[in-house]
Structure formats: C-alpha cells, structure tokens
Design a protein around this ligand. Structure first.
Ligand SMILES: C[S@@+](CC[C@H](N)C(=O)[O-])C[C@H]1O[C@@H](n2cnc3c(N)ncnc32)[C@H](O)[C@@H]1O
Length: 275
C-alpha cells in the first residue's frame, strides 16, 4: 500500500524554487549546485508505476524541512551499520553491493530521478530490502539528514569531474565536503572515492591530507572494514574503461578523535538559544 502524498508535489518530486543550501561559515570550500536541470528525464510507464508505488516507502525528498533520519525506523531493524552513497546514478553498483552486504543499511542520495527509478526497478527485481533513497543534493543530505558520527561508510563513485577550470569549484571533493563527511562518519568509518578522470584524481590526491579527521589509507587497503568491491562495473566506470581511462580509488579512515567543530557549533547553538 502506498502512503498518500500530502505535500502537494508529485511523488518524489523536488520542491519548486531554489534548492535548500546551508551556509557553513567554517572557512572551508563547498560546491554550490545552483538550479538543477536535467534534459533527459522521462520514466517509462512501468518505471512511473513502480515509482508511485514504492518511492513513498523506500524514498524521501530533501526539503527545507528535512531533519535527521532515524535509521532503525526507516530500515525496520536495530543498530545495523549504515553507509551513504552520494551520486548513485543508475544504482548499478549500489544494488550489487547491497546484495553482497545484506546486514548493511544503504542510503543512496541522488538528484536524478530516472537514475533512482532505474535503481528502484533493479532492487525490486532482485528483492533487495536494504536500500533507501533520498532525492536531493548529497551535501545537504549530509548536513540536514545524517546525524553526526552515525555512518560506517560514505561512497562517492565517479563524481562529476567538472573538467573546465572555472567549474572546479563545483567538484564535490573539496575541503568542506571532506570535513562534513568526516563529522558524519563514526570513528573508524570509511570514505571511499573512485574516479576515472585523471585531472580530478590529481585534484583529490592534493586534498588527501586536508581534513584532520580523515586518515588517508591509499588503495588498496586490505583490512578496510567496509565492502569496497563494487561487484559490477558502474555506468560511468564502464564509460571510463571504454575511453581507456585509469580508475583511481581513494580510501580514508575516520580518526578516533572527537569532532571538535561539532562540539563548538553545538555550544554556539546553545549560547544562541540562551540569548
Ligand atoms: C558521473 S555520475 C556517476 C554515477 C554513478 N556513481 C556511476 O558510477 O555510474 C555522477 C552522479 O552524481 C549525481 N550528483 C552530482 N552531484 C550530486 C550531488 N551534489 N548530490 C547527489 N548527487 C549528485 C549526478 O546526478 C550523477 O548521477
């Protein structure tokens, strides 16, 4: 049974107007998406029917009102490790990895509705029940919906490379997201990034030590505590192979140190509340 949509928007539709954008005030660099538009965006009739039926149960849309996710309630089980994938695309590897890690809760954050719809078909055909999806900007999902120190892993596979120099500021791997991801990982949690873009790989290589809460482990890292094998070749990985691009992978471990800035912003809020 589907839940009636009471938002006034269609099921799984983004709110109209400017997408939510948090101001971070921490001196770090964050990408800004601006208005998002996708040229190709229609679902087949079957995909649309499945979307109407299953998105309300398995998905949610990021809005200004979104708050922290209760993983246990959403996944219907207690204390399972939870991994967030940002930019899951068509979800090819998301589904294959979820099948290989049934004890892990997987949250896929993606803006592109046809990609999420394709993943919904795939997970339904495969009887996968450990994936949930958030339609929205992964940075805002991290900031608003992911509680601090709650994730065992974050995956960013083949993020948009934004090859032109004037667009580099849109890249998701920058000092701000690295810090935000670190604060959402539990101590010992893992960040896994892969790219087939040589210039983006160089850009990331220069940033591997920029975040004090993330200890760079290189690649491979045989003792890595989360699954790192994508099981299948993703759509964009396949494109990289066809273009004979080298795939570069990066792994970081969240240190055991407390996230000092969280404590600071917490106390700022408390002081603000008291005034
Ligand atoms: C190059 S594709 C890679 C997709 C997939 N990981 C793969 O390997 O096939 C990048 C994806 O990230 C999504 N994306 C880009 N920026 C995003 C953001 N800020 N939050 C969530 N998804 C984002 C895009 O819509 C796109 O589907």
């Amino acid at each position: 049974m589907t839940t009636p949509d009471t938002t006034g928007r269609g099921v799984g539709e983004l709110p109209a107007g400017r997408p939510p954008q948090t101001e971070f005030h921490d001196g770090l660099d964050y990408p800004r998406l601006g208005t998002v538009s996708f040229r190709r965006g229609t679902l087949t009739d079957n995909q649309q029917a499945l979307w109407q039926e299953r998105f309300p149960e398995l998905g949610t849309v990021l809005t200004e009102d979104s708050g922290p996710i209760d993983y246990d309630a959403w996944f219907g089980r207690t204390d399972a490790p939870t991994v967030l994938e940002i930019g899951s695309g068509t979800g090819t590897s998301t589904v294959a990895m979820a099948l290989a890690e049934p004890g892990t809760n997987v949250i896929a954050a993606e803006l592109y509705k046809p990609g999420l719809a394709k993943m919904l078909g795939n997970l339904t055909r495969n009887g996968v029940d450990n994936i949930r999806m958030v339609r929205g900007d992964g940075i805002e999902v991290l900031a608003r919906m992911i509680p601090p120190a709650s994730l065992t892993g974050v995956r960013v596979f083949f993020p948009d490379p934004w090859p032109k120099a004037r667009h580099h500021k849109r890249r998701i791997i920058q000092s701000g997201p690295l810090h935000l991801i670190a604060t959402r990982l539990k101590p010992g949690g893992v960040l896994h990034v892969a790219t087939d873009h040589a210039d983006y790989a160089e850009w990331i290589a220069e940033l591997v030590d920029v975040e004090p809460l993330l200890e760079y482990q290189g690649w491979p890292w045989p003792e890595c505590p989360i699954l790192t094998d994508r099981q299948v070749i993703t759509k964009f990985e396949g494109r990289g192979h066809r273009l004979e691009h080298e795939i570069t992978e990066f792994l970081w471990r969240r240190t055991d140190a407390p996230a000092a800035t969280d404590a600071a912003s917490e106390s700022d809020r408390e002081e603000g509340d008291a005034r």
